[in-house]
Design a protein around this ligand. Structure first.
Ligand code: PBG
Length: 339
């Protein structure tokens, strides 16, 4: 009996989806461990790793464990790590003075990692939020009602020079102050660090998805709220054109890599910047993006491994050259088993 619904089609896209072999042959986006940057949290002392309840599978590590983790990541093909310090609350103050200490935890961590795993690319955040008692990325104006742009930029420039001297390959200003990329570039060059690159958080949105990260570095606690209001410096999630304004400025000021953050909810921004710049683009799959996949998986509502892969593929497909993600280690391990 001939099928009465038989279609007379020339084009049947399903032909190329028929077998695993054909699907692989026409696959457009391939994720590699080398695309992934692992953000890691570091604490002082020699204590055991501290679990972060809102980020399952992520812990704050003391320097000896941090070094071990970096070695393990290197073996999995991860080429770069981004280090974030969580300092003792007693070291925090309004001015974030601990950021400029020569014995700062982050500097000791960088030196230790560079000594133990010299081939690993190390980047650090340039912003004051791990150091300020109020949790803002900069110092406040005299009336305490806003972050003081130019005074903050001065401090961040000093911080970048310290990090460069400790051996970081890339400094990553994540503060969103105006003019900071140019100021940091000039300060680095003046100090003889013309080889240290700048990964600018170019389009960093005022996102609610940073909540778990603020638990991790203790900036929410310092501020007394996970919903710390950073809207006077981070971009409005409603805005797209503004990302291009920031891109132009960061490029002109000397950024080597430009970043979009968060990633998954801002694929249109990644895509837009991809067409607008020849610079490499980084995307940051932030803590909340990570935690929501874990939370849904715990409830049995989503498949962790499949959502992990799909979320990262989507970010790469949109145009990111590299992805900062808390899934880096597990994703790399999975890719090495079955690319
Ligand atoms: C701080 C900084 C933040 C993140 C990276 N650097 C948080 C913030 O701006 O409050 C967020 C990363 C994440 O959520 O994973 N300058």
């Amino acid at each position: 009996m001939p099928n009465p619904f038989k279609l007379n089609l020339v084009h049947r896209p399903r032909r190329l989806r028929r077998t695993a072999g054909l699907r692989a042959l026409v696959e457009e986006t391939v994720l590699r461990p080398e695309d992934l940057v692992a953000p890691l949290f570091v604490i002082d002392g020699k204590g055991r790793p501290e679990a972060i309840p809102s980020m399952p599978g992520v812990s704050r590590l003391a320097i000896p464990d941090l070094v071990k983790e970096c070695r393990a990541l290197g073996k999995l093909g991860i080429l770069a790590v981004a280090l974030f310090p969580r300092i003792d609350a007693r070291l925090k103050d309004e001015e974030g003075t601990a950021a400029l200490r020569e014995d700062a935890l982050i500097l000791r961590a960088v030196r230790a990692v560079k000594r133990a795993v010299p081939g690993l690319t190390v980047m650090t955040d340039i912003a004051l939020d791990p150091y300020t008692s109020h949790g803002h990325d900069g110092v406040l104006t005299a009336d305490g009602r806003d972050v003081d742009n130019d005074r903050t930029v001065g401090i961040l420039s000093g911080m970048a020079v310290l990090h460069a001297a400790a051996g970081v390959d890339l400094v990553a200003p994540s503060d969103m102050m105006d003019g900071r990329v140019g100021a940091i570039r000039r300060a680095l060059d003046a100090a003889g660090h013309e080889g240290t690159a700048i990964m600018a958080y170019t389009a960093k949105y005022a996102s609610a998805y940073y909540g778990p990260f603020r638990d991790a570095v203790g900036s929410a606690k310092a501020a007394g709220t996970r919903g710390l209001d950073k809207r006077s410096y981070q971009l409005n999630p409603a805005n797209r054109r503004e990302a291009f304004t920031e891109l132009k400025l960061d490029e002109a000021e000397g950024a080597d890599i430009v970043m979009v953050k968060p990633a998954g909810l801002y694929l249109d921004i990644i895509r837009g910047l991809r067409y607008a710049t020849r610079k490499p683009i980084a995307a940051y799959q932030v803590s909340g993006e990570y935690s929501q996949i874990h939370a849904a998986a715990r409830l049995g509502w989503l498949d962790l491994a499949l959502c992990r892969r799909e979320s990262l593929i989507a970010i790469k497909r949109a145009g990111a050259d590299m992805i900062l993600t808390y899934f880096a280690r597990e994703m790399a391990a999975e890719l090495r088993k079955a690319p």
